[in-house]
Design a binder for this molecule. Sequence first.
Ligand code: SF4
Ligand code: SF4
Length: 386
Amino acid sequence: MARVYNWQLGRDMEYLYDRGNPERQFAAVFNINRCIGCQTCTMACKSAWTFSDGQEYMWWNNVESKPYGGYPQNWDVKTLSLLEKANPGGQAWDTQASDPDNAPYGVYGGMTIFEAAAQDLAAGQQALGYNPTDREWRFPNIYEDTSQTWTPGAELPEHQAWFFYLQRICNHCSYPACLAACPRKAIYKRPDDGIVLVDQKRCRGYRKCVEQCPYKKTLYRPTTRVAEKCVACYPRVEGNDPLTEREPMVTRCISACVGKIRLQGWIDDPKSPLHFLVRQEKVALPLYPQFGTEPNIYYIPPRWASRAYLRQMFGPGVEEAIEKYSKPSHEMLGVLQLFGSTQKLIFSYEVTDREAIGFGKQGQEVVRVPIDEPVIVRPETHLNIT
Ligand code: SF4
Ligand code: SF4
């Protein structure tokens, strides 16, 4: 066991290995407020990566309707219940102890899935988890568009009846539970970009990763008898595709997104727009940070949903994130325009009075977008009513 620092929890925690500290860490921000639930991302991923018999249940990207939907069904409620059982009433945050660099959301006083597993050594797990049943894996979009019927005391902009789409891929965690769980050491985190991959030649299909990934983003494929998962489209990220003149390129789910809700970048590079949204503006938050894996997909929470529900999902930074998103700074408005603006990976950016500019790996301009769309008034001669 190693003692490692988890900045999302604002404290040290136990993990099986030292922090890998990759050269750069793959990350993305998903803006829930803009998602239309069209599942284009889901199908773009599926058609790029999964094929042949057995692919039917391999949804590396899925979009579920919260609060009731989930793939597998109830994945989050089940893991949260296990944590609660391991540490009754203890999953609380001390928000007074926040510090912008080391503990931006305060300090988490509860147990992570790693700490809860260490409490019960007899269970033989590195991380607290469970194996979903076949029944729970049946429908990737169960309860799609089903709303919570009434939230007591909700006032606008929060709605009494609400649902929202949660876009889910592997979080390429800094402390991956799947990697710690694997007795074959078949899962590894790449030192150059922090992408987490399964070496399928080493995998023997023990499903320990499926059991212990709290997000249930490793999938066991019965036809091949090995695990598979989102690969963060690593050949695109490496920059091998002629379409972008061999410049690093964003993933398929991100480039295909109709709502332009996704932006990919590097979380630990202060020049990256990702770093700005997550670490500076704190408008994008990790999903269930209390699990302790330090996930690297961040979400701008939906403005209309129950704050209590959002807090248990994204931690104590929810109010500040929604406030910032509702009254964005000029710089944030500019960065929001960069979402879905190019297939090339944006390494750094600049926001001027009128435009947002994205730059590539070598500092060259890859995209330029206006911050305000021009307003064009139809001339009277073209009016079709008088
Ligand atoms: S989300 Fe799950 S599968 Fe992905 S790196 Fe984290 S623990 Fe592993
Ligand atoms: S493609 Fe974009 S808008 Fe459509 S469901 Fe996926 S994330 Fe949402």
